[in-house]
Design a protein around this ligand. Structure first.
Ligand code: FHN
Length: 585
């Protein structure tokens, strides 16, 4: 047979066998692999924009001329507004200034890499075009358009991951949803609500807006394990790469959602996690809430979270016209400018190989690199203790200039200029001789020391009056006006175990002394199983450290440790800098 024919025959044979021009299709990728890939992307993204937007932006914290305490999106609940009255807000909702390009531009300017918006919050109103309920932005408002279509498209164009928040159990608009006892005192049938609203609406979200990075469920409440399993299956059947946060309930999430504004006290790498956080004290727009966080604080918190292995989901609450408040925009753009120069030390990094010590510096890592974040300028010298790996070179990330250093044993001593390179956080890049930093025993992330400092800066602040004073590194205004009182909470997420004595570092003007304080141990949001109490002594306004009588025992299941002044309201001048836990056993 001539050669040409031989080639023809073999090509024909190959085509018949399906092995020539068309390569065999890749094996189908299973759900677990897709979820793992999505989690890796999520982990690398580190910083996201949360958006709480709904009808509650109209009353903006005031009902019938009265100020309503609490977070803005809870106004219906706190003021016990009847459904029939609250529903009328829809007829006024006309956010003509909503502009998806502007919102996503802001997210990008801030350095945020994913965005999560309320599709339906606890008030039950769908902020997208739902066929399952006429109580939605297209059918019930003069606006008559679906903002989520534009937002999803703008995110896709800019490469920002897009996700929906959905309140899957709490729904004050529905007789069988949870929470509204003022309109619906009768016993509810959660299955009617779940089948009739939740499943169809979640399916709409999964099928109408392109690929979703995640669905962010909230307050799982009374949903049964079977219902949650069904919900998870629904999501993964339509979009196997779509991540689920742990607030779906019953341990069925893909990653851990920490409590609101709650940063774990130490490096936490057993699971992937995310901190949802407010820019002021509310999620939904509230016109009187001007307690904006300082950009310096946000940059430090983003760094702290990245160093501990988590993600930061930072909230904005647009107003009823669709405008993100000016202060939020300004603050976020400041954070973005820092990230534009220093993002390499945040995005795609892994957690610190060192345990977290104090509040003035943190470390993030990449292969053959450590990033030393100097959150407070140490002066002209800084010692990094406990590093066994050889440091080849060190330079400032923002300007590339070399940083002189000497390494002896496991200590690296840096020589620094008198002033920071960046006023918020100066990053020093260490190039290592090993791909993974070797850290000496006693300094490793898992080697939690016997003295652990819980600084006010790292606490979650609960209450409307309490404030963190950055200049004095302390929390103040522990006024008790209403329940819940003003308090600080620290979340160990399993980092602490054993019996601890407690020291308090605080300052109090002499004439303000005498208030009783309480340190509590809480296995859940509604329980306190141990407490230590004592009296605030006069310190002449200086910070002093005092040992608290007694001890607390902490176990892996304890959710948080609190500090409050539960009985008095004359203690507004007490400044708490930190608690120190000293391990006894
Ligand atoms: O009740 C909600 C609240 O309104 C807000 O949506 C936050 C965000 O994490 N989640 C719930 C409380 O944890």
């Amino acid at each position: 047979m001539p050669t040409r024919c031989l080639i023809c025959v073999s090509i024909l044979a190959a085509v018949v066998a399906g092995s020539c021009s068309r390569p065999a299709p890749p094996p189908p990728v299973d759900e677990a692999t897709l979820t793992a890939q999505a989690l890796r992307r999520f982990d690398e993204n580190k910083f996201g924009m949360f958006i709480h937007w709904g009808l509650y932006a109209i009353p903006a914290g005031e009902w019938k001329g009265q100020y309503v305490r609490g977070i803005g999106e809870w106004i219906m609940f706190h003021a016990k507004i009847p459904v029939k009255e609250y529903e009328q807000l829809a007829a006024q909702f006309n956010p003509v200034k909503f502009n998806a390009e502007e919102w996503t531009q802001l997210a990008q300017d801030a350095g945020m890499r994913y965005l999560v918006i309320t599709a339906k919050h606890h008030d039950g109103f769908a902020m997208y075009h739902s066929k399952a309920s006429p109580y939605n932005i297209v059918d019930a408002t003069p606006y008559g358009k679906d903002p989520m279509v534009e937002l999803a498209a703008a995110c896709a164009r800019r490469g920002i991951g897009f996700g929906f928040y959905y309140s899957q159990d709490q729904d004050w608009h529905e007789p069988h949803g949870r929470g509204n006892t003022w309109d619906f005192p009768a016993e509810r049938n959660p299955q009617i609500y779940f089948q009739g609203k939740v499943l169809p609406q979640v399916q709409e979200l999964l099928t109408g807006y392109g690929p979703l990075a995640l669905i962010w469920f909230d307050t799982p409440g009374m949903l049964s394990e079977q219902q949650v399993t069904e919900l998870r299956r629904l999501v993964k059947r339509h979009q196997p790469s779509c991540l689920l946060n742990s607030r779906i309930g019953h341990g069925k999430g893909d990653y851990l959602q920490t409590s609101d504004n709650a940063i774990p006290i130490q490096v936490h790498t057993k699971v992937k996690w995310e901190v949802p956080a407010t820019l002021n004290d509310t999620w939904g727009y509230k016109k009187n809430d001007q307690n904006w966080k300082d950009p310096a604080d946000l940059i430090a918190k983003l760094t702290d979270i990245a160093a501990k292995g988590g993600n930061y989901l930072l909230n904005v609450g647009p107003d009823a016209e669709g405008v993100i408040p000016e202060p939020s925009q300004k603050i976020l753009r400041t954070v973005g400018r820092w990230l534009a120069a220093n993002g390499e030390a945040i995005f795609g990094t892994t957690a610190s190989p060192f345990y977290v010590d104090g509040i003035s510096w943190r470390v993030t890592a990449k292969p053959s690199r450590l990033y030393l974040h100097l959150l407070e300028w140490p002066g002209t010298k800084f010692r990094l203790a406990g590093l066994e790996t050889e440091v080849k070179q060190a330079h400032f990330l923002a300007n590339g200039l070399a940083v002189p250093f000497k390494q002896s044993g496991t200590a690296v001593d840096f020589e620094l200029p008198p002033k920071p390179v960046d006023p918020y956080n100066t990053v020093v890049v260490l190039t290592l001789a090993d791909p993974v930093a070797r850290v000496a025993a006693g300094y490793r992330a898992e080697d939690i020391p016997d003295r652990v400092e819980l600084w006010a800066w790292t606490a979650r602040l609960v209450g409307e009056e309490i404030r963190y004073d950055r200049a004095r590194r302390s929390a103040t205004r522990f006024v008790k006006v209403d329940s819940p009182g003003n308090e600080l909470r620290w979340y160990p997420y399993g980092a602490l175990g054993g019996e601890y004595q407690v020291e308090l570092t605080y300052a109090c003007e002499n004439h303000r002394a005498g208030s009783r304080f309480r340190i509590g141990v809480h296995p859940s949001n509604t329980e306190m199983t141990q407490s230590l109490t004592g009296q605030i002594e006069a310190t002449g306004g200086r910070f002093l450290t005092r040992r608290v009588p007694g001890a607390i025992t902490l176990g892996p299941d304890d959710l948080f440790i609190s500090f409050s002044l539960p009985e008095e309201d004359r203690s507004a001048d007490v400044r708490l800098q930190r608690l120190t836990l000293i391990r006894r056993k």
